[in-house]
Write a protein that binds this ligand. Sequence first.
Ligand SMILES: [Zn+2]
Length: 388
Amino acid sequence: MTVFNTIHDQTMPAAPSSAGESAGFRYYDGNSAQPHAVVPQVVGTHLRLASPSGDHVTVWTLESIRLPDSLRPPYTLTRRPDFGERLTVVDEAAHALLAPHLKAVRTRARRSSFRKWAWASAAVWLLGFLFWLAFPSLIDGAVAFVPLKTERRLGEDVRDKVSVLMAKKKDGDVIWCRNAQGVAALDRLVDRLAAAEDSPYTFSVKVVDSRIMNAFAAPGGAILVTSALLEKAQSEEELAGVLAHEMGHVVERHGLRSMAGVYSLQMLGTVLFGSDGGFMGDATRGLAMQMTSSSWNRDYERAADAHAFALLRKVGISTAGLVSFFQRLEQDAAGDRSVFAYLGMLSSHPDTGERISTLQTLASEQGGIMGAAPLPQADWDAVQNICN
Ligand SMILES: [Zn+2]
């Protein structure tokens, strides 16, 4: 830093200069509080500040100058990096000397900050886009690390929560349907389907007493069926179709993936906005809400349908039951739109027609085992009485 002679009074005569006048400028060198007279001169990309005698010179690059919000004299210029230097432009005459250069500095600074802003937003968008692209793989990756035991435990928890949301209650407790013969008959059907599943899951199907018609597949093999759905089904083949569909959700880990999705979004939300935590509890609740609000992913539904079709064929149960059940629900729904609000199976109801025709196409291409021997009538009767 260059040391200037201190200005002791305002009447100090300005030194002659072709470049600028010293009277309208006060320079503080950052070492003392005393102002110095300077003669400013813009040379190319630099601002040269010389003492009136010309003995002392300091040079600022124009780029390093920090402008105040307003360029109405008096104002003070500083520079980066800041060592405490200040150049105060005292009056209009002084301002007129620097104004064109300072305006150019301002324009350049604005352009550069716009560029920085544009790059930063582009980066944020790109990151978001990449995250969106990678999200399913991230979820799959995360889900792959969840042990079966944990998945099972989470699934039981989810099924309990869904049951509380759906079931009729007695003294505040969920009413389960546990007629022994009905449970045995249902288990036989589940075992028959499960035997053909090439998966590590153990399936458990529980029936809850509920006016709401639905079936759910929680993670880990915990499946819930409502009594209203059993009443709606007209044959064991139809119920088998529903169960095979739900097993498809389990095997494909749709519940766990949804949960991981809710969990990741919550984690992201926490990182971005802060939260008091409690992730897993929230994720479980989130999944329960999601399942009951019928907002399953449409791709999941298609995958579960295809899974059900293949599984039914494998065990030799007519695939016509799955289709006829869908068709009846759709007919009912045509008369009562509110039905759809309750149907996890028909969550993507605008696509129900498409799903039915997909299943019919599969049946005509691969053979749907339409004429398979019916399941035992006694078992079906027992299942229908499971709540009694
Ligand atoms: Zn489904």
